[in-house]
Design a protein around this ligand. Sequence first.
Ligand SMILES: Nc1ncnc2c1ncn2[C@@H]1O[C@H](COP(=O)(O)OP(=O)(O)O)[C@@H](O)[C@H]1O
Ligand SMILES: [Mg+2]
Length: 159
Amino acid sequence: MKTAASEIISESPEQTARIGRSLGKLLEPGDVVALIGILGAGKTCLTRGVAQGIGADPETVTSPTFVLINEYEGGIPLYHFDVYRLSGADDMYALGSDEYFSGGGACLVEWADRVEECLPEEHLRVVITVSGASCRVIRLEARGERYCRLLEKLKHPGP
Ligand SMILES: Nc1ncnc2c1ncn2[C@@H]1O[C@H](COP(=O)(O)OP(=O)(O)O)[C@@H](O)[C@H]1O
Ligand SMILES: [Mg+2]
């Protein structure tokens, strides 16, 4: 499988949201983004940007702590999972993850490392590390051809 990786430093929540917005503009139905990082890393902040990028209202994005899946309507549907409270992969399958991942929208999974075995082999991994009060290292890992192309476009946005 083809892979590629790239790191971006974010120095503010706004910058993280902007990175999310650029990503959101590139997402297509069937795309899967796995978000990994500790509580407060900025996963939801990035998701807000992604929602804006697909053309949805970023104000409607909340950490779905009790609701496990939120859906936002933009140019394409965006399914936002927060699996923090799931006990593991079995619960994720029970939610119908396979159908979501192969469905008519893009999927974004917070705490994706907790349900690793449910994820399709090919996906975009976004690992956010806290490197200061308002500083984050955002590592983008493309797994598979489709996501390598997506990563290239993210790094070199066209006109
Ligand atoms: N560079 C940054 N990027 C993202 N969030 C940041 C950054 N600097 C500070 N923050 C703060 O970190 C918190 C991230 O919260 P949130 O996105 O809900 O995290 P998570 O969903 O990973 O638990 C917010 O309070 C945000 O203001
Ligand atoms: Mg969150």
